[in-house]
Write a protein that binds this ligand. Structure first.
Ligand code: GLN
Length: 231
């Protein structure tokens, strides 16, 4: 089991519950019954919700299954934000299961999630890493290189580990960035904003699949797609 599911929102302020808990196939349901996940059966090894409160990135992370958290379910309808990055985790073999290993990771400016698996031997150690799992090390590398180099960093890591799966999702309050490299990703343009998610949270025909090896940038209501170059 080694694949998580993530979701990002950029738009008008909406409740975290409306994005994660209420949709018929949202992250809550994906934590025990994902529809498009290619690796792993469930995402029970933790979860994290990050959101911008003005310019401040706030996080709530856990090492327990999302479906069991009645306190979060109670509070989530009252948490409203215009930029959200959330994830449910299926830990890879050998990785620690602790809240600090759950996405989103942060450098104080960006909230960042990784869906996938990468050989830790190809990732440099960084004092910025929040945990010792591959996703935390990869997040630290992306922050150290600079988020504007995201595409180049992903292509570089993939060159070092050809089996790596490197779907990234990051938000800073005014932008969302995402990569597809080995796993699914879909985009939904709504009247009030844009959702970027590992899989559609409902059966709305407006969901569009992002092809593999692409960089997605959401900037206001605009969604830009650019192919990533492998090496
Ligand atoms: N390799 C990841 C981990 O163990 C698996 C979860 C994910 O897809 N981010 O942290």
């Amino acid at each position: 089991m080694d694949m998580c599911r993530h979701l990002g929102w950029l738009g008008d302020p909406v409740s975290v519950a409306s994005l994660i808990l209420e949709p018929p196939s949202g992250l809550l349901v994906q934590s025990y019954s994902p529809r498009r996940q290619k690796h792993g059966l469930m995402n029970a090894d933790g979860w994290g919700v990050g959101f911008f409160d003005g310019a401040v990135a706030r996080r709530w992370r856990s090492a327990a299954p999302l479906w069991g958290d009645a306190s979060f379910a109670s509070v989530a309808p009252a948490l409203r934000s215009g930029c959200v990055v959330a994830a449910v985790r299926s830990a890879s073999v050998g990785m620690p299961i602790e809240a600090s290993a759950s996405a989103p990771f942060t450098d104080g400016t960006w909230l960042l999630s990784h869906n996938g698996l990468v050989d830790r031997a190809v990732l440099p150690s960084s004092p910025r890493a929040e945990s010792t799992n591959d996703s935390a090390l990869l997040a630290a590398l992306i922050f150290d290189r600079g988020i504007d180099e995201l595409g180049a960093t992903i292509a570089g890591v993939a060159a070092e580990d050809p089996n790596a799966r490197l779907n990234i999702l990051a938000g800073n309050g005014t932008r969302l960035l995402a990569t597809t490299w080995g796993d699914t990703l879909s985009v939904l343009r709504r009247d009030d904003g844009v959702v970027v998610a590992s899989e559609p949270y409902d059966d709305d025909p407006a969901w569009q699949e992002v092809p593999d090896r692409h960089l997605v940038e959401v900037d206001g209501a605009h969604v830009h797609l650019r192919p990533l170059k492998g090496s």
